[in-house]
Every structure is written in structure tokens, then in C-alpha cells.
Design a protein around this ligand. Structure first.
Ligand SMILES: [Zn+2]
Ligand SMILES: [Zn+2]
Length: 302
């Protein structure tokens, strides 16, 4: 009997010796992993973050809502968007809830192609215009195989993230007729609202169409952040719009020494009359606004 007990004791000891360490390491790693996930969830702020990514001459705006929903509005002119998203998203996150292509121009949609290759998009929102360009054709092919829910943006549509954040489409209007060469004219324009804070994004919408934003009945007076139309071009951000929205912050998304001379000096003069602060991706890199719906915090790369 004693011998049997001794044998059991010895084999248990051997078992612990041989496998115990391995099991211990696995259990420890598992606990560390679970703790890391819990800590990550806890430290991820329950706030709205809107980031104007530094993608050179183009637009790419990444939105993360308090409940963690993500929306990407345009992808900029190159695949630099991927490294910009790396700094906004967790390494394991390969999904984006909503992707918006404001209009088919290359400086807005080229980067969406590598984005669709890397990430699964659940909903894709487009403007009513199409284009014959190679890049737009390529984007179309990628959208075809994505099997996302597709929408054409129309005035009055609301994307409700069900956590206090909404994105309301202000333009193009429901009866918008497609004109192939006027891609800027059909730029999807929206206002993102969270509590007292609002963000007005108008793609490359020209002044001639800015009056249509008023027709929506949803254009807020005194917006917090205005992404300047068409990278600060002379033909956008007219007096009528600026004097109504009086943005606290105006963001210029453009590339250093770009061939268009964006932002235009006259536009900057006009903006300075109505806005408290102009911030440009040219000088500051990516620009992020973080808000709980009341307070606003601005963070820049440079
Ligand atoms: Zn553009
Ligand atoms: Zn454009």
C-alpha cells in the first residue's frame, strides 16, 4: 500500500515537473491576455474622436464614436492612409462600420482602394455621381466584391450610431441629377453632431452649391469644426456659408507646396473674419478633435 502511494506521489511529482511548467506558462499567458483586453477596453475613451488625417493633398477623416463605431470619410490620394489608420485603430481591428466616398476624385478615393483590401467595410455611402477615371473604376471593382450595404447619400438621411452621435446628410438633394464632369458639385456633405459639438464636412463642394446646404434645414449655426471645402480653394467657403456657421475651428486638409496653391490666400482672409482658429494638416500633420459632447480637446501631430 505504501509502495503504491509512493508511486502515485512520484508520478504526480513527475507530471507536475514535466507538464506543470508548460501549463503554468499557458495559464499565465491567458490571464495576461484577458487582462490586457480588459485594460484596453477600460482605457479606450468613451468619447467622440474625429481625426483629419495627414494624407497630403486630399481628404481622409476618421471618426470613432463613444461606443467604438468607426466611419472613414474619404481615403486621400495614396496608400499612406493605411499607416495613418494604424495609429487610429487597434492592430487586431480589421473592420470599419461606414466608409463614405464624398465624390469620385482621385485625391479622395484612391486611398479607399487599399483600405477596402485590408478592412471589411459594413456600409459604403457614395455620392450620386460616377466618373470614367481609372481609379474610380478600380474603386468600383473593389466595392463590388465587398458585399457591403450600399447607399447613395441624399439630403435628410441620418446615420445614427446609437450612442449620441449622428451624421446627417445635408447634400446632395434627393432630385440631384448626375452630371459626370461636375464631381465636386455632388460632394457628399454632412454634419456630425455629439451633444453641443458639431463637425461640418463638405468634401470639395463649391460656393455655387453651398446655398443648397441651407435647404436641408439641418445646417447648424455656429459649428464647432468646419473642414474647409475643397482644401481651401478660392471657389469654396463663400461668405454666405461662413457668416452663418461661424466655425470655432477650421481645418484645412491639403499637401505642402501643392500645385493648386491650396489653401488660397483670399479664402484664408475670408475665413479669418469668421473663425477663431485655422489649423492645417500642412503645418500640424494629423489633427484630432476629442469630445464628450461638451468639452473639446484638440491634438495635433506637430
Ligand atoms: Zn479634393
Ligand atoms: Zn474633388
Amino acid at each position: 500500500m505504501n509502495e503504491w502511494r509512493e508511486n502515485v506521489r512520484k508520478s504526480t511529482k513527475d507530471f507536475i515537473h514535466n507538464y506543470g511548467k508548460v501549463t503554468f506558462v499557458f495559464i499565465s499567458l491567458f490571464i495576461i491576455l484577458i487582462s490586457a483586453i480588459v485594460i484596453y477596453k477600460l482605457i479606450t475613451p468613451q468619447k467622440l474622436k474625429v481625426s483629419f488625417l495627414d494624407v497630403g493633398q486630399g481628404d481622409a477623416i476618421f471618426v470613432q464614436t463613444p461606443s467604438g463605431k468607426q466611419m472613414l470619410i474619404d481615403g486621400g490620394p495614396t496608400n499612406i492612409i493605411l499607416s495613418r489608420l494604424d495609429s487610429e485603430m487597434s492592430y487586431f481591428d480589421r473592420e470599419i462600420d461606414v466608409i463614405v466616398a464624398t465624390h469620385p476624385d482621385a485625391d479622395h478615393v484612391t486611398g479607399l482602394i487599399p483600405v477596402l483590401e485590408k478592412y471589411k467595410a459594413h456600409t459604403i455611402i457614395e455620392s450620386p455621381v460616377h466618373s470614367d477615371t481609372k481609379v474610380f473604376g478600380e474603386l468600383d471593382k473593389h466595392i463590388d466584391v465587398e458585399h457591403a450595404d450600399m447607399y447613395v447619400a441624399r439630403t435628410g438621411d441620418v446615420i445614427d450610431f446609437h450612442d449620441g452621435v449622428t451624421a446627417q446628410i445635408l447634400y446632395p438633394q434627393k432630385n440631384y441629377q448626375e452630371k459626370k464632369n461636375d464631381t465636386n458639385d455632388a460632394s457628399v456633405s454632412m454634419v456630425i453632431t455629439y451633444g453641443e459639438q458639431s463637425f461640418l464636412l463638405t468634401g470639395d463642394l463649391p460656393t455655387a452649391k453651398e446655398n443648397k446646404l441651407f435647404d436641408s434645414g439641418a445646417l447648424p449655426k455656429n459649428v464647432t469644426v468646419y473642414k474647409v471645402g475643397h482644401h481651401g480653394s478660392k471657389t469654396s467657403s463663400g461668405e454666405q456659408l461662413l457668416s452663418y456657421i461661424k466655425p470655432e475651428y477650421t481645418v484645412v486638409s491639403a499637401g505642402k507646396n501643392n500645385k493648386y496653391g491650396h489653401p488660397n490666400v483670399e479664402t484664408i482672409d475670408r475665413l479669418q473674419k469668421y473663425t477663431k482658429e485655422i489649423i492645417s494638416t500642412i503645418d500640424r500633420g494629423s489633427i484630432s478633435f476629442v469630445t464628450d459632447g461638451r468639452m473639446m480637446e484638440v491634438k495635433t501631430d506637430k
